[in-house]
Design a binder for this molecule. Sequence first.
Ligand SMILES: Cc1cc2nc3c(=O)[nH]c(=O)nc-3n(C[C@H](O)[C@H](O)[C@H](O)COP(=O)(O)O)c2cc1C
Length: 328
Amino acid sequence: MAGGPSTPALVVAVNEAGAMGYLAAGYKTADALSEEFDQTRGLTDRPFGVNVFVPARLNRARDEAAVDAYRRRLQPLADKLDAVMPEPRWDDTDSYEAKIALLEEAKVDTVSFTFGCPAPDVVRRLRASGAQVVVTVTDTDEALAAVRGGADALCVQGSQAGGHRSTHRVDAIPNDLSWLDLVREVRSVTTVPLIAAGGIADAQDVRRALGLGAAAVQVGTAFLLCDEAGTSATHRAGLQEATLERSAVTRAFSGRPGRGVRNAFVDEYDAHAPSVFPVIDQLTKPLRAAAAGLEDFHLVNLWAGTRWRQAEPGSAAEVVGRLVGSTT
Ligand SMILES: Cc1cc2nc3c(=O)[nH]c(=O)nc-3n(C[C@H](O)[C@H](O)[C@H](O)COP(=O)(O)O)c2cc1C
C-alpha cells in the first residue's frame, strides 16, 4: 500500500504472523525503497514482496489542456489551503528503471506489478534473479496478457478493493466485478496461481476464495488501522468517522480510478478529473498534504475498500489471526 500505510514494521509483523507482507515501491525514490528493503530484510528471514507501479505512457500533447483545466478548478482550494500546485511533470517520476535494477540486485522473493504488465525483459531479469513475478489484473484480457508476458501468478483485484484499481489502461472504465466473479472468470482462462483481492475481510471470505481455487488472498484495508501501519492520522480519522457512510471509486485525487471513503473532495471534483496519472496525483498532492496538516479528512484521499467499517485498530497479528480464523 503505497502512500504511507505499508511500512517495514507492517511487513515484518504480517510475516511473523505467518502471512506475507509487501513493501510499496510506488511514489518512492529508488534510494528510499532500498533503505526500506534493507531494513525489512534485517528484521525478517521470511519471504516478502515488493510492489511496483508500471509507468503509464503520458501524452502531453493530448492531455495538457485537460490537466490545465483541472488545475484551474483546484486553484481556489489551493489558495484557501495556502498550497502551491507544482508544474506537472510528463516524464517518469517514479524511477521505474532504477527500482527494477535495485530489485534485480537485491534478490527479492516476489515482485508484484500494478497498473500494467512489465516488459518481457523486466520479467526475464527478475526471474533470473530468483524472484517470482506477480501481475495484478482486473479482467480476463489483462489476465491473458499477463500470462503471455510471463507472470508466475496473478493478483485478481475485484471492484471492492481499496486504493487504485489496477486497470492496465489509465483511461479504462473499471468493471464492477467482485473478486468472487473475477476469480471464477480468470480461473476459466488460465491455470496460473491466483491471488484473490478486493473486499476480503474475514475468515469466511478467505475460505471461499481458497475454495474457488485461489492460491492465496491479498488484503489491504483490514490493515489500515494497525499499529504497525504508516496510515496517516487524518486517514485513520476519516476511516473511523461515523458521518462518512459510503465508499466511491474516483479519479479526483490521482487521475486513476481508486476506491476510498467518499468525502467532500470526491463530491466536488470527481466529475472533472481527467484520466492522467500520475500527473493529477502531483497536482493534488500539496493540497492533500495541507489538508492532512489541518487534520481535514474531507480533503484527503481516504483510500479504503468497501469493507472498511470492519477494519479495527490493533496489531497486524490480530488481523492475520482473524483472517485465518484463529481469532474472532
Ligand atoms: C491505502 C491503500 C493503498 C494501496 N496501494 C497499493 C499499491 O501501492 N499497489 C498495489 O498494487 N495495490 C495497492 N492497493 C490495493 C491493494 O493491493 C489491494 O488490491 C486491496 O487493498 C484489496 O482490497 P481491500 O483493500 O478491500 O483489502 C492499495 C490499497 C489501499 C487500501
